[in-house]
Design a protein around this ligand. Structure first.
Ligand code: UD1
Length: 419
């Protein structure tokens, strides 16, 4: 398994091109199953998760071509409505093929998902929404078997709590349902509006995406289209935090600070200078230590759970004590013991972590446990004195495009060590 060797202590200077958002790309890709025409997606990041979903879509019958960030998907005929365990277990987002297959073919058999080990992460809300639209659903030997021989019907769906995946999955199914679907308490993440934009470009009728109530008027068929994936706000935040931890100045191109929601204010409060310039989002940090800032993860526009681990790495060297409360996932502090190996002072109590900043972290061998946690170890390694070896880099390859190259271009000493 590949590792990343990092010699820390160097500030970052230069430009980083922010990639298209992984979490949006994966959902708009699933939309390709809804039409027999070609869907062209641009600004698609070259990531292991994207490759994995492309393989699953090919297995359902889509013809796929991917070069230079442009991905074309053409599911002229669906040749299989079954998504096997081997292709779904590695990535939870694969589960989103269920809705489109059901909506287009009237049936689907999809393995229950796997993904990052950050909690139980059930799919009960996804299944309840599909059932409310008239699907008959059974669970058998780890598979969801769903049928809607006469098609799905629009329904009023109130989510008991905000779920990004359930909101997106409901949209992906409701676009071809008969009649109107209204989703109440919908997630408002920018990726939801991006998915709606793509589906509307394909002929869907979705209103309100990005707000708590989304209304979808079902249509008989969707056509092909073109869509540019929005910038990755988690990658944006992660590079901003890297500068916060190391000092220096980076210009992040192809992104937008507004996508960060309240995380933008937290970063500014911690002492980062963040400005919109003609070239991009400029992030600057002087040599002084960051200020400790308390955060609570929340659905958008609150502080994103996907930046919590990276923020903990930043707070590990801040001046003072910060409390971090994780409210979205129940098991998302696995990076804390790894950061402690580097000298961070962190105590965890249930949903709460207290981080007492130290002047300097020390490099150490550490193990990546999930995608975002891995990035927190990279940030800590960039800031630490001496060498850090991050094991299990495959997690990073799932979600951060050309990570070493982007960091090397800004002066970081980081290298992939092949095993
Ligand atoms: C998506 C993102 C992930 C991010 C998360 C929250 C993708 C590919 N992944 O994940 O990076 O961390 O949003 O912003 O876009 N839940 C249930 N039942 C369900 C669905 C969810 O109990 O049917 C729970 C989950 O276990 C979790 C919470 O709801 O505790 C929120 O999960 P959700 O917003 O659905 O996250 P994902 O869509 O899985």
């Amino acid at each position: 398994m590949d590792k990343l060797a990092i010699i820390g202590g160097r500030p970052l200077y230069g430009e980083v091109a922010i990639s298209g958002a992984k979490n949006s790309a994966l959902k708009v890709m699933a939309a390709a199953l809804l039409t027999d025409e070609k869907l062209t997606l641009t600004n698609v990041p070259q990531l292991a998760d994207v490759d994995m979903l492309a393989r699953l879509l090919a297995q359902h019958g889509a013809q796929i071509d991917f070069s230079d960030g442009t991905l074309t998907l053409h599911a002229k005929d669906i040749i299989s409505t079954e998504a096997p365990y081997d292709l779904v277990r590695k990535m939870r987002a694969s589960f989103n093929v269920l809705g489109p297959l059901l909506a287009r073919e009237g049936k689907a058999k999809v393995s229950l998902p796997g993904g990052c080990a950050i909690g139980a992460r059930p799919v009960d809300l996804h299944l309840k929404a599909l059932a409310a639209m008239g699907a008959k659903i059974e669970l058998d030997e780890g598979y969801v078997i769903a049928e809607a021989p006469d098609g799905l019907k629009g329904a009023d769906i109130t989510l008991p709590f905000v779920s990004v995946g359930a909101t997106e999955h409901t949209m992906l199914a409701a676009v071809l349902a008969k009649g109107a679907t209204v989703i109440e308490n919908a997630a408002r993440e920018p990726e939801i509006a991006d998915l709606a934009k793509c589906l509307n470009a394909m002929g869907a009728k979705i209103e309100g995406a990005g707000r708590s109530t989304i209304r979808i008027e079902g249509v008989d068929r969707l056509h092909g289209g073109e869509h540019r994936v929005l910038p990755d706000r988690i990658e944006t935040g992660a590079y901003a935090m890297a500068v916060g931890a190391t000092g220096g100045e980076l210009t992040l191109t192809g992104t937008d600070g507004e996508l960060l929601g309240t995380a933008l204010a937290a970063l500014k409060e911690a002492g980062l200078e963040i400005d919109d310039t003609d070239k991009g989002l400029r992030i600057k940090k002087t040599d002084e230590r960051c200020k400790a800032v308390d955060i609570v993860t929340q659905p958008y526009p609150g502080f994103p759970t996907d930046l919590q681990a990276q923020f903990m790495a930043l707070m590990a060297t801040a001046n003072g004590a910060a409390t971090i409360k994780e409210t979205i996932f129940e098991n998302r502090f696995m990076h804390a013991p790894e950061l402690s190996r580097m000298g961070a002072k962190i105590s965890v109590d249930g949903q709460n972590a207290t981080v007492r900043g130290v002047p300097r972290l020390k490099g150490a061998p550490v193990m990546a446990t999930d995608l975002r946690a891995s990035m927190s170890l990279v940030i800590a390694g960039l800031a630490a004195e001496g060498q850090t070896m991050v094991n299990r880099v495959y997690h990073l390859d799932r979600g951060f495009e050309r990570l070493e190259e982007k960091l090397q271009n800004c002066g970081a000493l980081i290298e992939r060590v092949k095993d």
